[in-house]
Design a protein around this ligand. Sequence first.
Ligand SMILES: *Cc1c(COP(=O)(O)O)cnc(C)c1O
Length: 419
Amino acid sequence: MIRSDNGYFGEFGGRFVPEILLPALTELEDLFFGLRDDPAFWQEFVTLCQEFSGRPTPLTPLRRLSKQLGGAQIWLKREDLNHSGAHKVNNVLGQGLLVQRMGKQRVIAETGAGQHGLATAIMAARLGLEATIYMGAEDIERQYSNVFWMRQLGSSVVGVTTGAQTLKEALDEALRDWAASVETTHYVLGTACGPAPFPELVSYFQSIISDEIKEQSQRQMGRLPDEIVACVGGGSNAMGAFGAFLDDHEVALVGVEAGGLSLEDGKHSIRLSQNTGETGIAQGYKTLFLQNDDGQLGDTHSIAAGLDYVGVSPILAYLSQQGRVIPESATDDEVTEAFSLLMKTEGIIPALESAHGLAGGFKRAKQMKPEQNVVINLSGRGDKDIFTVARAFPQREWTEFLQREAVRSTEALAKKRGH
Ligand SMILES: *Cc1c(COP(=O)(O)O)cnc(C)c1O
């Protein structure tokens, strides 16, 4: 796994935060640097993931689909089979172990689509910690089922009503909380971004994915795969899938970003591959950000909420600059097509984020030979995306289903209120 040079990966990374937060980041870094080479600590983490989250997740061959596409053999790393349905829980459980060692009793997090908030709420309940999750009021509205579960798990979910009421405002609010509570509180960052040591620390815990891929591919293919493909939002599932292979130069590493609707500003979330991202400093770190002409953070779009992000892991920015990671992108249309193909041919329901990896991986596999192997990291399951998918495939029965559900819930609410 890659190591930073004092928090930097080439020109990217660093730690750009208010003075008051520096001691907490240094404490976290010292603790992490002291533990990361300790095999007993790694084993404690692996055992927690095994006992609580069903690890190791399988490496599933897609026999029918590979034959149909006529290229390389395609395999899926099944992070969708984790507890809570995605890879995010790996990182969150790892940070939970650090929180216990720091003796802190409370965690906070910010969440956009709610998946990281849900994973954090699960970890806090399991480890007996208090949790506060910040979420834009707009996102609470859109992702209410996650909010419901977080509250049932005992976390408090705070709606943020400033600005556009989405992830960015939630992040500001969480940082304000942390500045006031840093003595007792740990900030659980959800992806391989943010100030050092988070990109390195999150990638370390997620590298349990590539450790397993390495072992499983030796056993199931008899050698290492030719390519590993992962979708890139902030970059944590990609770094997790790539981490153990960085020095295996015969293994190509491919990151697939959200191509959205088009290459027009605001219509996609491509930071690495089309010269759309520009180096800048924001949200506590230096990386390639989508920016508009006056240097403000730009707007983004993706059909997958988890890829709809303006920055990217400084580690991936560096590795793609170095040519070690090959950046690609997939449009919303390519994604929905890959999504359907996987469902109908193999009986697996992918998250829309993960379907970007599928779209990119299928395209590349078609150009390869049948004796070659491609592993696609299936970062999560698609249950959460039911309404988005139903809207993307507007067959009549699904439109009617959505309308019926909307009417039913409005009626139920009215009844409860006594009308
Ligand atoms: C959050 C999420 C992502 C994007 O985050 P990364 O840090 O880039 O991995 C991808 N897939 C799923 C299923 C997610 O929930």
